[in-house]
Ligand binder design. Structure first.
Ligand SMILES: Cc1ncc(COP(=O)(O)O)c(C=O)c1O
Length: 342
């Protein structure tokens, strides 16, 4: 058996495992605060305005997590008896405990990836929308997009494809919500402003706690009326945070780190190339997620864990995510820990 790696484990389970560094903790300690449920918190407001500006939306709302941001958007957009469409294996379909259905009241419909990994085509959207059914038919109401697509391996949707999907959805009478948990990664990979990847969407959720390294927080953005409703739903869900500026301050520091994501993407390519050299078959990653197909994901994950490399199983493979706390040297150590393919 290969011995464990010398040194601390390399944690590739997710880009959510990063710890706030001294600069971020200091910004949190010094944050100017108010009561956001009563009359506002200046640091939360500064973050919300900053992100609304970056996404070119009228307004934005800080929320504790990406899952809550997605849920609030769906609660605002959907009524009971409505249906929403999303690319197969979207986070909102599989990893949010079904809240889209049991709290937002929407029936999900997964669209197969006909336009590449994680991607659906505008004609799929048009075809999926049922029109003129009997009174007991579901009402198609919303398209949920995900950029980057996590389960597909951090794949990106470029501005032109994004815009074509939004236009097809709107033409079919659907609203569009964008789960942009890693929209920053997509923007860096494509070399475009995040606003181009959010253009036309009726709501957008972006995470600060993934590759950007904040300990907590997402922002939900959209039109002024949408954000007003979203604020009410956030309160209904218990998500009104009083002196949230302590948390939003970390988000403002996180925003300074968008360009740094290019290093994570380079590390992911290095990881994939190292695995390919060792005989594994894996796609070249576009961003910071590598999904390696294996026969028995749980077994491979436990073998790697014994060798000091932490990963997570997916349905068909092992997922590895590069992030701020993983260096080039860590990636090379991780490659060395891999067993030979069968
Ligand atoms: C694509 C996507 N959307 C939403 C979320 C949910 O974010 P959170 O963990 O902050 O609830 C995640 C989390 O990994 C994600 O990958």
């Amino acid at each position: 058996m290969t011995p464990p790696l010398p040194g601390p484990p390399v944690d590739l389970r997710s880009d959510t495992v990063t710890r706030p560094d001294a600069r971020m903790r200091e910004a949190m300690a010094r944050a100017e605060v108010g009561d956001d449920v009563l009359d506002g918190d200046p640091t939360m407001r500064a973050l919300e305005e900053r992100i609304a500006g970056l996404l070119s939306t009228e307004d934005a709302l800080w929320v504790p997590s990406g899952s809550m941001g997605n849920l609030i958007a769906l609660c605002v957009h959907l009524d009971r008896g409505d249906r929403f469409l999303a690319p197969d294996h979207a986070h909102i379909l599989e990893h949010e405990v079904g809240t889209a259905a049991w709290l937002a009241g929407g029936m999900p419909r997964a669209l197969p990836w006909t336009a590449g990994p994680g991607a659906v085509s505008p004609s799929d959207v048009t075809r999926a929308v049922a029109r003129g059914g009997p009174y007991f038919a579901l009402r198609d109401r919303l398209l949920c997009l995900e950029n980057t697509h996590n389960a597909a391996g951090g794949t990106v949707t470029a501005p032109r494809e994004h815009r074509a999907l939004v236009d097809a959805a709107h033409a079919a009478g659907l609203l569009v919500h964008l789960d942009g948990a890693r929209l920053w990664n997509a923007a860096v990979a494509l070399g475009v402003p995040v606003a181009e990847l959010a253009a036309g969407a009726d709501s957008v959720q972006v995470c600060l706690s993934k590759g950007l390294g904040a300990p907590v927080g997402s922002v939900l953005a959209g039109g002024r009326a949408f954000v007003g409703e979203a604020r009410r739903v956030r309160k209904m869900l218990g998500g009104g945070i009083r002196q949230g500026g302590v948390l939003a301050a970390a988000g403002l520091v996180a925003l300074e780190r968008v360009d740094r994501l290019a290093a994570d993407h380079e590390h992911a390519r290095l990881l994939a190339a190292g695995l390919a050299d060792r005989g594994w078959r894996t796609a070249v990653p576009r961003t910071n997620i590598v999904v390696l197909p294996v026969d028995d994901p749980s077994h491979t994950v436990s073998v790697l864990a014994e060798r000091g490399v932490r990963t997570v199983p997916t349905g068909t493979g092992v997922r590895m995510v590069t992030h701020h706390d993983v260096s080039r040297a860590d990636v090379l150590r991780a490659v060395a820990a891999f067993p030979a393919p069968d």
